[in-house]
Design a protein. Sequence first.
Length: 213
Amino acid sequence: MQSANMAFKSRRGHEWTPERVARLGTAELQQLRENAEKLGATTVVALCDAALEGRPKSAAKRGAAAVAKRARRLISRSKAFQARGVYLPALDSSWSGVRKSDGAVVMSLWTPAIVSREGTCSLLLWAPNVDGSRPWSDTAAGKERLVHCKLALERGGGEGLLVHGENFDGERAEQNARSVHGVDPECVVEFRVEQHGAEYWAVWGEKGVERPL
């Protein structure tokens, strides 16, 4: 099997998804993370971190140590938004807000749900609740998110805060996360919003635009 090292060099981090990353062995996963970090592919690094967090400690001592070191740098979502000049109306449920100083839309981006493909990264921000498939979309927080998606679409984009955590099996949405570790205070992603039918997606280049909070 092609090593993660050579695969990353040949693909430049393209088409890495949570499912594909999870299939790598621990040693390959650690190597992929190291290469991605050197090349500034922050989304691939985040995918590796999320996968390493789910590995048994006995089988991934180095990976667990790296995750623990990274986790110490994470801050709460409310503090991350405040650092960007946004004060969330509902701290426990709001995923996005608008900065009063310039009207910019700032959103949390759930790292385990990010898809990397062909040099770009994408994340489903909002989709309608069709036949009970996404009940969160009909909640107050979901409706708030939709408003902010439309506003970001009109403005040409927004700022994204990378939220790290762990999913339940088969569930990639943040509202049903097994655990939320926090926001990376060293990274802000500038994304554009694309509307596909009734869905709203955040799209950005693989490296994104990073600025310390």
